[in-house]
Design a protein. Sequence first.
Lengths: 79, 79, 138, 138
Amino acid sequence: MKVKITAFGIAKDIVGGKHLELEVNGQELSLVRKDLISQFPDFEKLASLKFAVNTNYVDDSYQLNENDEVVLIPPVSGG
Amino acid sequence: MKVKITAFGIAKDIVGGKHLELEVNGQELSLVRKDLISQFPDFEKLASLKFAVNTNYVDDSYQLNENDEVVLIPPVSGG
Amino acid sequence: MEKIYITSDRLSSQACIDLVSDNGSGGLVVFIGNVRNKTKDKAVQYLDFESYEPMALKEMQKIADEAVSRWNLHDMVIHHRVGKVPIGEEAVIIACSSPHRKESFAACEFAIDTLKETVPIWKKEVFEDGEVWVSAHP
Amino acid sequence: MEKIYITSDRLSSQACIDLVSDNGSGGLVVFIGNVRNKTKDKAVQYLDFESYEPMALKEMQKIADEAVSRWNLHDMVIHHRVGKVPIGEEAVIIACSSPHRKESFAACEFAIDTLKETVPIWKKEVFEDGEVWVSAHP
């Protein structure tokens, strides 16, 4: 399935833009992580990489739905 | 010796004024405490009664000097 | 003004204090996170904050709700600035009030600690010779 | 404005914040003790504070000095109001700043805890039907 991805912070620099589309072979979010790392090995250097869907943190076992927007959350540093 | 005493807070209400002179038979501050309590038994009802001389807390073994001004410090409640 | 608020304008401590003030709440604690002029002895020119705003607001609200209920606060406000923030200006202000001070201190410290762990806001330190996304790398 | 200050005028949080702000100190904590409208469910009309001023200033300065040295603060200010203070207004404001927030929280809480134990200031709660010197009796 086609997955829409939005990137913030250093993730935006790594993928080279705020928005990205990825074609993954299945519904589990873990596939998105795998594909991202293989396309952009710099993700492996981050202290962490979390995902959010619909403004909620989700873990890698999350099953993607059509039209889900996956947001890449590199280590936060507010405050 | 004659001791000049200044009272604050509830101590002022107990002695009936801000200033007081006490004639004590010796130099130790403990005598002042004893005399105050016998003249004004309400001091015994306080949670504590401290003394200051020259803007410093002193304990009951303090030896009074001529012209010392003893300040009565009932329980503080700033803030 | 909103209690949970993200803005590119300058933050106001007084506005935050006014929002949590209450005649029954004697203990008010405010945390102000200002932009420092250096990090590990390297001179910083300014910070640049980016937020995933709808989620950041939601996570900030969660922190305030948890703090209010856990410490029985009267209220808590969290204001965060985004965009370029010059040295010495406020990046974040958290204020809370409760009848007694101990609860306000504990809740305010919890809130800033948690904000730094969960709220999707990112800061870039800008130096004369480059820039760094803070905390990105181990 | 003085850093250690006793006044019968209204206190200002912003003045205290400005006094401790510093470009190298990112973590600023402020405690504001406001006059509450009740004590143990009894309605308070106002508070009346009395201080033994020269000694109170000296004890407040000791607290600030100890806090600055123990937690390596940039600075601490303590402003206390005396005389009649209406409901909702500030009786005391303590502000401090340090490079990191943990120190500022600990120092600010230490300062207000210690002030309430050592500084010769007394407050009288004034009710509709009488008045009470706070903490005087066990």
